[in-house]
Design a protein around this ligand. Structure first.
Ligand SMILES: [Zn+2]
Length: 266
C-alpha cells in the first residue's frame, strides 16, 4: 500500500532521515510492539511509538488511573481518574494518531497467559514496576525468542537495556539471577520517583524500540545503561551472557515460567 498524502505529511520529519525513508516508515507501520504496563515508563514509550507510526501497540495493565499516577504517567489526564489505564491509554494514543491500532489487555498478565499474548508481537517493552513481573516478562521473552527492551526507575535513578538471548546476548537473569527477597528493595510507592526520570527512561525505551524495528544504529543488547538525574549522568556497563544463567545458560534450571508472588504494587 502506498502512503497517503496525509501519512507522508504526518511522518515527513522522520521519513527524510537517513536510514529511514519510506521503507523504514513501512517497517514501522508493520511493527507490533507489546508494552507491559501503562504507567510511568509505558506512557511516554507508547506515546512516542504511536506518534512515530508503529502500526500496532499492545498495552497491558490491570490497574485503574489514580490521582497519584498523574505526576508521571502521561498517558492519563485528570478526568481519566477511575478509568482502566488501558482504556485511558488507548484513548490518548488514538487521539494522537488515529492510525495506531491499540490492543488492550486489562487482565492480570500471568504465567498462564503471557506467552500466548506476546507471541503476536515483534518486540516487547517492559515498563512494569515490580520484580515478579520483570522476571516473568524476561522468561516469557526468552522462551518466545522475543527481543525485550527493559527499563526500570526508582527515586532519581533509571536503568535500561535490551535483551536478545536468541541473538547471542545476555538475558535479564544473566545479570540478576533471582528476584531480591521481598522487602529488600523499596517500591516507587515506598521510595518515590521523579516523574521526569520515568519520562527519560520510557522515551529511551521507545528510542531503542524504533532502532530495533528499523535496524539502525547500535543496539543496547550487551549494554546496560545507568542514569542518575541529580548528577545528570549516564554510565554504561558492558554485559555478557552468563554461561551459568539459570535460564539461558548451558545447563538451565528454569525450563518453564516461574510465578513469583506479587509483593508490591506501585
Ligand atoms: Zn540469561
Amino acid at each position: 500500500m502506498p502512503f497517503s498524502e496525509e501519512q507522508i505529511h504526518r511522518y515527513s520529519r522522520q521519513i527524510i532521515l537517513p536510514g529511514i525513508g519510506g521503507k523504514g516508515q513501512k517497517k514501522l507501520a508493520a511493527a507490533k510492539v507489546f508494552i507491559m504496563g501503562a504507567g510511568g515508563l509505558g506512557s511516554p514509550a507508547a506515546i512516542y511509538l504511536a506518534a512515530a507510526g508503529v502500526g500496532e501497540i499492545g498495552l497491558a495493565d490491570f490497574d485503574r488511573v489514580e490521582l497519584h499516577n498523574l505526576q508521571r504517567q502521561i498517558l492519563h489526564r485528570t478526568p481519566d481518574v477511575g478509568l482502566l489505564k488501558v482504556e485511558s491509554g488507548k484513548k490518548t494514543l488514538e487521539a494522537l494518531n488515529p492510525e495506531a491500532k491499540v490492543q488492550i489487555y486489562s487482565e492480570r498478565i500471568t504465567s498462564a497467559n503471557i506467552r500466548q499474548i506476546i507471541r503476536d508481537y515483534h518486540l516487547i517493552l517492559d515498563g512494569s514496576d515490580n520484580f515478579p513481573t520483570r522476571f516473568l516478562v524476561n522468561d516469557a521473552c526468552y522462551f518466545e525468542k522475543k527481543t525485550l527492551i527493559s527499563g526500570a526507575i526508582l527515586r532519581f535513578d533509571g536503568q535500561l537495556s535490551t535483551f536478545k538471548p536468541h541473538a547471542g546476548g545476555p538475558c535479564y537473569r544473566c545479570l540478576f539471577p533471582e528476584p531480591p527477597p521481598p522487602g529488600t528493595v523499596p517500591s516507587c510507592q515506598e521510595a518515590g520517583v521523579l516523574g521526569a526520570v520515568a519520562g527519560i527512561i520510557g522515551i529511551l525505551q521507545a528510542n531503542e524500540a524504533l532502532k530495533e524495528i528499523l535496524a539502525i544504529g547500535q543496539s543496547m543488547a550487551g549494554r546496560f545503561l545507568l542514569f542518575n538525574a541529580l548528577s545528570l549522568s549516564f554510565h554504561e556497563v558492558k554485559i555478557q551472557r552468563n554461561p551459568h544463567c539459570l535460564l539461558c545458560g548451558e545447563d538451565p534450571k528454569i525450563k518453564e515460567l516461574v510465578e513469583y508472588s506479587q509483593v508490591c504494587q506501585a
